[in-house]
Write a protein that binds this ligand. Structure first.
Ligand code: CUK
Ligand code: CUA
Length: 648
């Protein structure tokens, strides 16, 4: 039996079993409140909220198990000697990192530490990353988005949010290393982010949590006085440009293709602090930010306020009739918002409603001008299933929506959904395919660009239950690969992931061209070069121990397989010791590192790279340092001794 047949059989068996055990599709019916709340209580923080006692959404059609062979791909196997077609860029969730996964093989190729401490590379401990991170060593990355030019990826940068610390980071695509981290002023729960798509202009991010901000009338105890911020960061310089002050939690973010608008789904427009309050109103909003008006207001100082001592201009748009933000009513507690590759539609998803709200972007100017009502921008509301979260596209007019509660991906046709709005004989649903289990984000190859190519879809499932060997109570996530090249979706592969990526994008491989040898530029090298100038050192050639003060020492050393240029040095107990290592080798993949035993010092130094770390030599004695990366037949001999002299 082929792998696909096995998958299909497993799918059928699981579906049949679940129907018998729980009547899964109907569980929001009679038992909805109880089971719904039970399921929801186990959800990650950004999943859907439990159903309340409002009328049950109508049941959706039962998906039919899929026969194999609908797609054009025979296999997702990438044999030795061949390379994957896409760079898959995965957020790392609570790990605080970004991951690179080859698609379609689903092999994890690399982890890029960003907000976390990483013992393999020294990130989070080395001097540069400590400068970016301060004393923080954790984060929660949900959304990764590469920079754009002309509606498609330009292969320069990757932007990622940190929900836990209210930060946004940038990774360079040439080195695949983080070079900037920005803390969003008053960015409580920085969640949805999205760059502009016409060029590397602004990167927008939403603070999901409303909070008491330093403005008149705020009472820290009263959530009805809280507000939130939509923030614009310059993608080139990573400078904070402006913020817009609104009420309501903002969740996911998106941009149009022309640079006129940014979008945010807004839930909890009630401004409640507790679950029941947050779900009281029947409607929440899709916020549309008018970038021309906001930029003009910032330039003229109109409606601009300052928050505390933050230098970033803030446009106050809390008034429901504010000219800066259009509030389009959508069913309560929306989550995802995605813009179709033709740039025509922004699709907001219900979470608690089984529907999608399709907003026609061409109508937004009229709504901003007041000639039509905001709600008139909604041109269709197709019913997709229970708990729709996120939508991907194939560039052929179809959309693929992840349905959390139903555990399916729903393929539907956008044009048919719009036609069905006025003709209920039309069914826009093309197919539903079971995924395993409880899918969060879904994304397709190049889906968020004008070049969406409709080859592969990833379902990022929050639960894996029985799909893998039991590894204890903390199960891996299950990312599933689905072939969408044909009319029918076909499930191809299960890929376990460490907790807990939320989103991924797949970038065609020719767009991203990482370097193999360090090019020695950017803020990290600016820092080393400044020290070297101060000390009269040439990093690539010089090895020297410099006492900087009575209690601090700088050690410059080069390395070339299989030895360090310095095999011993002396310091005094209590000295702050800064080790700066430059790898002189210019052979591809010839990586060295530096580990000072018993001092929590361990970092990587790639070919032609320099890296540094600072520690305190707190105990007298002799300590070996060694190269921790296997670099040569005599790699184990690549080491030296630090002598720490006791202070009287
Ligand atoms: S959110 Cu996690 S499934 Cu943070 Cu993008 Cu929707
Ligand atoms: Cu250098 Cu091992």
């Amino acid at each position: 039996m082929s792998r696909k047949d096995e998958d299909t059989k497993a799918t059928e068996a699981t579906v049949a079993e679940e129907r018998i055990q729980t009547g899964r599709r109907g569980f929001l019916g009679a038992a909805g409140l109880v089971i719904g709340a039970g399921v929801v209580s186990t959800l990650p923080g950004c999943g859907p909220k439990p159903a309340d006692s409002t009328p049950t959404p109508p049941a959706t059609p039962t998906p039919t198990p899929e026969p194999a062979g609908g797609g054009a791909h025979a296999s997702n196997e990438v044999p030795p000697g061949q390379l994957d077609t896409y760079y898959g860029l995965w957020s790392g969730g609570q790990s605080g990192e970004i991951r690179i996964v080859g698609v379609p093989s689903m092999r994890e190729l690399k982890r890029i530490p960003v907000f976390n401490r990483d013992s393999a590379t020294g990130w989070g401990r080395d001097d540069f990353s400590k400068q970016l991170l301060g004393n923080r060593e954790s984060g929660d990355t949900h959304h990764v988005h590469p920079s754009y030019h002309g509606g498609t990826y330009d292969g320069r940068f990757i932007f990622v949010n940190d929900k836990a610390g209210g930060r946004v980071a940038r990774v360079r695509c040439d080195t695949m290393e983080c070079d900037h981290i920005v803390t969003v002023p008053f960015g409580h729960g920085t969640h949805g982010i999205f760059p502009q798509r016409h060029h590397t202009g602004l990167v927008f991010c939403n603070s999901e949590f409303q909070a008491p901000l330093p403005i008149p009338g705020t009472n820290p105890q009263d959530p009805h006085t809280y507000s939130a911020l939509h923030t614009a960061i310059d993608g080139e310089t990573m400078e904070l440009k402006w913020q817009v002050l609104v009420d309501g939690n903002m969740d996911l973010c998106a941009t149009d293709y022309e640079g006129k608008y940014s979008f945010a789904t807004c839930y909890n427009s009630e401004r409640g602090a507790h679950l029941a309050d947050m779900m009281a109103a029947e409607k929440d909003f899709l916020y549309v930010f008018n970038l021309a008006r906001i930029t003009a207001a910032v330039a003229a100082g109109t409606d601009v306020i300052r928050l505390g001592d933050s230098p970033v201009p803030v446009v106050d748009a809390r008034n429901a009739n504010s000219p800066y933000v259009l509030r389009i009513p959508v069913p309560k507690s929306p989550h995802g918002v995605n813009v179709s590759p033709d740039g025509k539609y922004a699709i907001a998803l219900g979470k608690l409603s089984p529907t999608a709200s399709i907003v026609e972007i061409a109508k937004l100017d009229a709504a901003f001008a007041g000639t039509i009502q905001p709600i008139a921008c909604i041109v269709a509301e197709p019913e997709l299933g229970l708990g729709p979260l996120h939508t991907a596209f194939d560039g052929r007019g179809n959309a693929y929506t992840s349905i959390f509660i139903d555990s399916v991906i729903c393929k539907w046709n956008i044009a048919k959904a719009i036609a069905a709005h006025t003709d209920d004989t039309i069914d826009p649903i093309v197919q539903k395919i079971d995924v395993h289990y409880q899918v969060g984000h879904t994304n397709a190859s190049m889906s968020e660009t004008k070049d969406a190519d409709g080859k592969w879809l990833i379902a990022l499932c929050k639960f894996s239950k029985d799909r893998f060997l039991n590894v204890g109570p903390l199960h891996p996530e299950n990312d599933q690969l689905i072939d969408i090249s044909g009319e029918r979706m076909v499930l191809m592969h299960d890929g376990p992931t460490y907790p807990e990526p939320h989103d991924c994008v797949m970038v065609e491989r020719s767009i991203i061209n990482p370097i193999k040898m360090m090019t020695r530029n950017g803020p990290r090298f600016d820092m080393y070069e400044a020290w070297a100038r101060e000390d009269g050192i040439t990093l690539l050639t010089d090895t020297r121990v410099i006492r900087k003060s009575d209690t601090s020492v700088r050690v410059y050393m080069t390395s070339r397989a299989p030895s360090f240029a310095l095999t011993e040095f002396n310091v005094k107990q209590g000295d702050s010791v800064q080790i700066i290592v430059t790898n002189q080798d210019s052979v591809e993949d010839l990586t060295h590192g530096f580990c000072m035993t018993h001092h929590d010092v361990n970092f990587v130094v790639n070919p032609q790279d320099t890296r540094s770390m600072t520690f305190v030599a707190d105990r007298p004695g002799m300590f070996w340092y060694y190269c921790p990366w296997f670099c040569h037949a005599l790699h184990l001999e690549m080491r030296g001794r630090m002598f720490v002299e006791a202070r009287a």
